[in-house]
Design a protein around this ligand. Structure first.
Ligand code: NAD
Length: 245
């Protein structure tokens, strides 16, 4: 039977690029997103893909998603926890409401999806890839909620690898550098864009396809002995030791 994948945040950006790459490699994909209209538009005409609207921070909605995904796919070979929101602000400038909104999607969502899909992943000895960020690897003056949520995702990845390894489930985390998606361009000022350009050894933002390649590879059998890792896909930024702009 064809291999399958569940991808969250699949309506656009990195999640949509990942969906298209999985489809090109012959996987069937359940596309998950809470933006119902954009999800329907994105899935339209994508053979092998099914759109399943869901807010990954809603425990009941995630529980209901599992039978729907299994109905559509029959099995789950890969779970890509990619849905995320950004909110840049310092400690004193971030309300608790904003903090909770970021944690709800970026961290609670990964926990809820992992917990809900573990039985299905166990059956297929599947792979998990969580999308963190270079903000997970280094603190900055601007990303108290976002960076902390992504550091949580990086740690949760190691928890998943250690705890679920005995079932043959691998878990890894991709830490993208900046990519010109709707999420990033809502918070990247021109100053941030210019500073990234100078700080990144390859002197450019990445694109969605470059991040998707790493995600799909980590889900594949080619990465069969890799688990518990954090892979920065960032044009060399992490290697510089320079602080985040
Ligand atoms: P994007 O805004 O283009 O896509 C994010 C998708 O997630 C959207 O379709 C959105 O509707 C969906 N989403 C948001 N909250 C959701 C929820 N509660 N339930 C279900 N779906 C939800 O952004 P992107 O840049 O493609 O982001 C994808 C991931 O990559 C995110 O986790 C982001 O933090 C991470 N990331 C992005 C960058 C970057 O520069 N773009 C860098 C590092 C990490």
């Amino acid at each position: 039977m064809d291999k399958t994948a569940v991808v969250t945040g699949a309506a656009r950006g990195i999640g949509l690029a990942t969906t298209k790459l999985f489809l090109a490699e012959g996987r069937r994909v359940a596309m998950i997103d809470n933006d119902t209209e954009e999800l329907a538009r994105a899935a339209d005409g994508l053979a092998g893909a099914i759109a399943l609207p869901c807010d990954v921070s809603d425990e009941a909605a995630v529980a209901a998603l599992v039978p729907a995904a299994l109905d559509a796919l029959g099995r789950v070979d890969a779970l890509v926890n990619n849905a995320g929101v950004a909110d840049f602000g310092p400690i004193e400038g971030t309300t608790f409401e904003r903090w909770r909104r970021v944690m709800a999607t970026n961290l609670d969502g990964v926990f809820l999806m992992t917990q809900a899909f573990t039985p299905a992943l166990r059956d297929g000895r599947g792979a998990i890839v969580n999308i963190a960020s270079i903000s997970a690897l280094r603190a900055s003056t601007l990303r108290v909620a976002y960076g902390t949520s992504k550091a949580g995702v990086a740690h949760l990845t190691q928890q998943q690898a250690v705890e679920l390894g005995e079932f043959g489930i691998r878990a890894n985390c991709v830490c993208p550098g900046p990519v010109r998606t709707k999420l990033a361009m809502a918070v990247h000022t021109q100053d941030i864009i210019d500073a990234y350009h100078d700080a990144i050894p390859l002197n450019r933002y990445g694109n969605e396809g470059e991040i998707a390649e790493a995600i799909v590879w980590l889900c594949s059998d080619k990465a069969s002995y890799i688990t518990g890792q954090r892979l920065a896909v960032d044009g060399g930024f992490e290697a510089t030791g320079i602080g985040l702009p």
